[in-house]
Ligand binder design. Structure first.
Ligand code: SF4
Length: 231
């Protein structure tokens, strides 16, 4: 298992200058086993899927299935699985939605979204990452104030492993230029005003001038699922 001390010995100067593909390559070289990629099929995630394919990286790619995603998300997932020639690993809660409703009340996302995210996202992810050394995510500093300090390669104190954020310094323009240039399949809801897409009940389109993640848990203090947080 990785520790923060081991990570400090591993990390080199200059990694912040790495291009996105070089961040992934660094992860592949340092964590032959134990490097995994989170993927929720957002715009950032399809770029990373493409980069992994270009690098011929066969690391596990996982999708956190809360059971509450938009239908379009599943359609896109299937399209990418066909394109990649392999299935994404599905992580889900051991608690079905019916069991969750019985134990914690109907529509938990409305009266306690933090608990709902903990049950449906954080616990399954924590269990999975416990056996890994490093994970790749699609977070970008520009997405939200909570992500503005994200480094390209960092120690994830929350889940106790190394975290690679190859797109940390990418702008939204850069992201979409890449998607268009490579003609990548992307989430249909991005064209309907949703820059960030999560579960259907907790995501709305954003208005002009709003934060890119303003459509997530709109009306609540909450801005993150509990998977990422950089202060
Ligand atoms: S995003 Fe909403 S529905 Fe999905 S797990 Fe979190 S609170 Fe529940």
């Amino acid at each position: 298992m990785m520790s923060e001390v081991m990570f400090d010995q591993l990390i080199e100067k200059g990694v912040e200058e790495f291009l996105a593909e070089e961040v992934i390559q660094w992860g592949l070289e340092h964590f032959k086993d134990g490097l995994v990629c989170a993927n929720s099929l957002g715009a950032e995630d399809v770029v990373i899927l493409h980069m992994l394919a270009q690098l011929e990286a066969t690391i596990p790619i996982f999708f956190l299935d809360t059971g509450l995603h938009f239908q379009e998300t599943h359609v896109l997932k299937k399209a990418w699985e066909e394109r990649l020639g392999r299935s994404l690993i599905t992580l889900s809660s051991t608690l079905s939605l019916e069991e969750q409703a019985l134990q914690y009340g109907e529509r938990l996302w409305e009266h306690d979204p933090n608990l709902c995210c903990t049950l449906r996202k954080v616990i399954p992810l924590r269990n999975y990452l416990a056996d890994q050394k490093a994970w790749i995510t699609g977070i970008r500093r520009e997405q939200a104030p909570t992500r503005r300090h994200a480094k390209k390669i960092e120690w994830d104190a929350n889940f106790q492993l190394v975290k690679l954020n190859p797109l940390a310094d990418w702008s939204t323009t850069q992201l979409w230029n890449y998607i268009k240039e490579h003609d990548l399949p992307y989430h249909q809801l991005h064209d309907q005003g949703y820059p960030s897409i999560g579960c259907s009940f907790c995501t709305r389109p954003v208005k002009a001038g709003e934060d890119l993640r303003a459509g997530r848990w709109s009306g609540y203090e909450k801005t993150e699922c509990g998977l990422h947080g950089h202060g």
